[in-house]
Design a binder for this molecule. Structure first.
Ligand code: HEM
Length: 131
């Protein structure tokens, strides 16, 4: 049910916006301006696009209760610490996604979708923080 609300919101985002990546990264860099410099070599945006696609896969795996979802997210947190992403900033990417998708859906962002995303963000943050 919560997973359905997440999937539904993502399907609607895909219908409304061919490429939400620039909007998501604009949100992220607004909240964490220091992170933009990490992407200077990603001239084409391919890395950013792939990162967004992977993060969406990761969060869907978590809503599906995949046993490896949390481990994959933790592994990315560690990889990203080596790239220069502070561990406490890492989950902000998921928050930037939620904020962007809420804006895109407007009135279609229902209380059910909002509650599902709030619960998911808590799970993602907890998964990222685990040892
Ligand atoms: C504030 C949060 C984040 C920042 C600033 C960030 C930054 C970066 C940067 C700079 C790269 C490029 C690394 C390189 O040049 O080799 C990268 C790659 C990647 N990130 Fe993130 N990241 C964040 C959060 C996340 C999250 C939450 C996930 C998914 C759980 C994720 C998944 C990936 C993946 C899969 C790649 C490899 C993409 C590719 O090379 O095609 N990132 N990230």
């Amino acid at each position: 049910m919560a997973g359905n609300a997440i999937s539904q919101s993502l399907e609607r985002v895909a219908e409304l916006c061919a490429d939400p990546a620039p909007l998501v990264y604009a949100r992220l860099f607004e909240a964490h301006p220091g992170m933009a410099a990490l992407f200077v070599r990603d001239v084409s945006g391919a890395v950013r696009g792939h990162m967004l696609a992977t993060a969406i896969d990761n969060l869907l795996d978590l809503t599906d209760d995949s046993p490896i979802a949390a481990t994959l997210i933790q592994a990315e947190r560690v990889n990203h610490e080596n790239l220069g992403v502070p561990p406490d900033v890492f989950p902000a990417f998921f928050g930037a996604m939620a904020d962007t998708f809420r804006d895109l859906l407007g009135a279609e962002w229902t209380p059910q979708i909002d509650a599902a995303w709030a619960a998911l963000l808590e799970r993602l943050t907890a998964a990222a923080a685990a040892a």
